[in-house]
Every structure is written in C-alpha cells, then in structure tokens.
Design a protein around this ligand. Structure first.
Ligand code: ACM
Length: 541
C-alpha cells in the first residue's frame, strides 16, 4: 500500500526515500495520555487481523508505534510519520489520533480490515513518509433509517465500524416512523409491544402490487442503545437520535390512539403502516401529545449525550388538522393564522424544551415553514434551498439534498438496479457533490456544519441491500466531507476511481456487499419488483 491509495485522500502526503517500517511480532505500542482508546482499537483490529501482539512498549523504543495528543494541531487533525525506526501518530485530540490510526490501517493493506488473520506471521512493511491531514467539516455523517426496515443491533455496530473506516463522525439514527418504532421507552411500553412491528410489508415501491406476507419488526432495548452509543463514542462517532414529529408518527398513534386526530378518524383502528409514502395520519397538536413526547424525549436525553437531537418535522400533511375542530380551536386559541404556523409552534415547543436542557434541536428543512425555531439547525434535504435560507438567517445547516446524497436512489440508469428509486446518482455524481452552495457568503457558509448521506430503507430489507445502496457511494461522500476538493467539474474522479481499486479490496475484507463497478451480481438484482424509475419525478411520487 502507498500514500496514493488512501480514501479519503489526505490533505498532504509525502513519501520519503529509504526503508519502510516493518510491522511484525516484535512491534510494540506506546500510547500517550488520552490515546488509550486508539491503543485498544489498534490492538484489537490490527492485532486480530494481522495476528500481532502489539505489546505495550516504552516511549520512543525503536520499532514501536507511538500515539500522542499534540495540542498544536487542530482537534481532529493528525500527523502520521512513518520511518524505518518507528511510526508516530499525533493528533490534536483523541479523535485526531484515531483518524490517523485509520489512515495507518489503510497503509497496511486490505487484510488489515479482516477480523482475524488468514495466515500466521503477518509481517508488513509500510512505506516511509508523512501524512498531514485534517477534515474540512466537523459534521461528516450518515443517516440510517431503521424504522422502515429494522437493522438488528449487530448490524448497527458493524455500520459504526464502516463509518469510522471512512472517517465519518456522525451517525444520525432515524428511530421512528409510520412503519415502526425502534427504541424502548420505559414509560410507554406499547411503543415496543405494538409499534415496533407490522404484520406485513409492501415489497417494492408503494405502486407495487406485491406484499411480503410476514411480520416485520424489532427494537433496541435501552441497554442496546447504551451499547451502541458507547461503541460509537469509542470510534469518535456521535449518535444523533431522531424521533420524528408531528408527521411520520403512525406507528406511535397505532400504539397510543389518543396521540392522533381522534375527532377526524378512528385512530384506534389504525395499525402500524405496511406501505410506503406519506400518511395523512399525523399527531394531534394537543397537550396530551406534547406531554407524551416530553416523556419520550426525557428518556431519549438520558440515552443519547449528543448536543443535537433530531425531531424530524418533515412531510406532515395538514389535512387532518384542517378537518379537526379541536385543532382549529387550538390554532385560534394560540392566535396563529394557519396550520403551517401550528407546525412551527409545535417544533418551537420542543426547541425551547431541548434548549432548556442544554441540547439543540435539529430538524428537516420543513421546520423553516412558518418560521424557524430559535437556535434550531436544519437538515437540508429537499435541495439546497432550505439550507441556504437557514444559513442566511444565521442557523446551522447539515447539507444532505436528496438530489445528491440520498443513497436509496439508484446508482445507475440500467434496468438491473434492484428496486430502482428516484434519481440516478452514480458514484461520480456523489464525488462531484458540493455541500456549500456558491450563493452563501463566507460568513453564511460557516453555518454549514457539514454533510451526510441519507439511507432510507423502504426497499432495503436486510443489511446486504443496505450495503449495496451505500457502497461504494459512501466512500465518495466521505471524501467530499473530509477534504477540500476543487469545484465539482474540476474534481479528479479518475484519480478517485483509481484509489477505489484498492478500496474495493478493503471493502471485500470488511465483508461489504457493495455494488460492483460492472453492475449488480445476479443475487443483487430484484427483477419484477416495481420501483420509482421516473427520472426527474418529484420526490415521493
Ligand atoms: C425526508 O426525506 N423525508 C427527510
């Protein structure tokens, strides 16, 4: 492996002449204060993959790998120095050291990505040189929808490893939706007894006639969540939980019918939704609902230490609110002029509630409609527009426009893509995605915290399907999030593709079911299952 095969490519890498560093059974590991987590990670990953002890050694001992926090570097920056007599990874913080260790693993070859050694005595030579690196953005993420299809805990832990391998540091965990509620809330047991499973599932896009006639469900216990959050923390990944309100809430209403618009429909007759799209069955903006979700968020805050808490806020149809006498009374009583303002009032309630507890609200860009809550940040998904408006108004933004980084969308225009959805967005398209739109001034652009890919799982029934949609495109997103790249048209995609050759071997070693460059393998296809193959169609058609 060489410095020319890294993904994401580092800001600066320079090969030196002379002998490389030999990593073998005699190599020791020295960890300075604050780097113990990376020490453990190196010993378990490289120690397992290469069957090396990486025994603790003395500081500066010849033939050692040393880890050190260096306050001169920016927090997530690192400097990796490889010489014949030793390797040093310096980071501006524990996270910087960890990202440097991830780069070091890439220099050791694809086998370093396995869980155990495929042959004994794995000696490696790493070429001499220096890598100096730091991320462009502080928010480099992926959202995973575990509501449409549940991903068991082991799969989530595996995804955290995959994010870390790409130097991504935010896991946006979409835990609730119309089709399932996935987190145990102790005070509301029916959220897991009733709302965590559905009796059957639409197979394909909602226009499909096909059904998978078996129950689908699952949820994370609070201890599962604690484990996930702690594991993510060990990989320097923040887990941002999403509890979607006031739309995308049918599963919760199925469990607790009093949360719905009971004067408009018989909410007691609602089940957890078994199809896809946007349901009209949304929360009633009542005191009952507010108190209920405050109870939910109280438990969520205990489980998730992240500053940001995502409250959804997307795709809340207003028909039931228009038809409900109780809701109309509420609008009147609050002195609001319409249902958009009511949604805004609802979100503001949780903005104040979260702020009072030292957290910050983030929501999908619909939270801009009717006025953006103070201190709130926006996930700009319907395009750049919401993010631009939010940044211009002084709000923080995560850029994740569906036209660019929705990984449920198909990655090739061919007929063989499994359950093709939405826009065709190739690996190259993602590589040429620019998170900061040119309309923003430098000052406004500082509100762009970063970017993330969003993975909606309506047509991803198990982790192999998730892998297929996510990879290789997440590798491109990771480079976009990590590196200062030229303007989209000037980016060297040929060079990225060349580096991907080495990266596919790493993904193979990690057991990732990615889309091969030549298209889906026979078992990755889904012939006859209807998707949404209309290029340029409006969202959610
Ligand atoms: C979304 O895609 N509804 C945020």
């Amino acid at each position: 492996m060489t410095f020319e095969q890294l993904i994401p490519a580092p800001a600066r890498a320079e090969g030196h002449s002379g002998g490389g560093f030999v990593l073998d059974g005699a190599t020791t590991l020295w960890a300075g204060a604050g780097t113990e987590g990376t020490e453990r990670w190196l010993r378990s990953t490289l120690g397992g993959a290469l069957q090396l002890p990486l025994a603790p050694g003395a500081e500066g001992a010849p033939g050692s790998v040393s880890l050190r926090v260096d306050g001169e570097l920016a927090a997530e920056a690192y400097r990796l120095t490889v010489a014949a007599d030793g390797v040093e990874i310096r980071g501006g913080s524990a996270a910087g050291v960890f990202w440097g260790a991830q780069t070091f693993r890439q220099l050791l070859g694809a086998d370093a990505f396995r869980r155990a050694a495929v042959r004994p005595g794995q000696e490696r030579t790493v070429p001499p040189g220096v890598v100096e690196d730091a991320p462009r953005f502080g928010w480099r993420g992926m959202m995973l929808d575990v509501a449409r299809h549940f991903m068991p805990k082991e799969g989530v832990l595996r995804y955290l490893d995959l994010l870390a391998a790409h130097k991504l540091n935010v896991f946006h965990f979409h835990l609730t939706d119309d089709q399932g509620w996935r987190v145990e809330i102790k005070r509301y047991p029916k959220l897991t007894e009733v709302a965590s499973w559905r009796s059957r599932t639409k197979w394909g896009h909602r226009a499909s006639e096909l059904w998978d006639e078996k129950p689908h469900g699952g949820f994370y216990t609070q201890d599962d969540i604690r484990e996930i959050v702690a594991y993510a923390g060990s990989l320097h990944i923040t887990v941002v939980p999403e509890i979607d309100v006031p739309g995308h809430s049918q599963a919760a209403i199925a469990a607790y019918p009093e949360l719905g618009n009971t004067d408009v429909i018989d909410t007691a007759a609602l089940g957890v939704w078994d199809s896809w799209g946007v349901t009209p069955n949304v929360l009633a903006p009542s005191d009952t609902t507010l108190r209920f979700y405050e109870g939910v968020f109280e438990e969520v805050l205990e489980l998730f230490p992240s500053t940001f808490i995502h409250v959804g806020g997307d795709e809340c149809p207003k028909e039931q609110w228009k038809d409900s006498a109780a809701v109309q009374e509420r609008i009147e009583e609050l002195g609001l002029s319409n249902e958009d303002e009511l949604q805004s009032w609802f979100i503001r309630h949780f903005d104040k509630w979260l702020s009072a507890r030292g957290r910050r609200l983030i929501g999908w860009d619909e939270i801009l409609e009717g006025g953006l809550a103070e201190g709130a940040a926006v996930s700009s998904w319907r395009g750049y527009g919401g993010g631009i408006a939010a940044a211009q108004a002084g709000h923080d933004v995560v850029m994740c426009p569906e036209q660019h980084v929705y990984l449920d969308h198909r990655q090739h225009g061919g007929a063989d893509e499994p359950v093709p959805i939405g826009f065709v967005r190739t690996l190259e398209d993602v590589y040429r995605f620019e998170p900061v739109p040119g309309e923003l001034t430098e000052e406004e652009a500082r509100h762009v915290l970063g970017t993330q890919a969003n993975v909606w799982t309506e047509v991803m029934e198990y982790h192999g399907r998730v892998d297929y949609q996510v990879f290789p495109r997440l590798a491109a997103l990771a480079e976009v999030a990590w590196r200062e790249l030229p303007a989209p048209a000037e980016r060297d995609f040929a060079d990225f593709e060349r580096r991907m050759t080495a990266h596919y071997a790493r993904l193979d070693a990690l057991g990732v079911d990615y889309r091969p460059p030549g298209g889906p393998l026979p078992w990755q296809k889904r012939p006859g299952v209807l998707g949404r193959p209309i290029e340029g169609a409006p969202p959610n058609v």
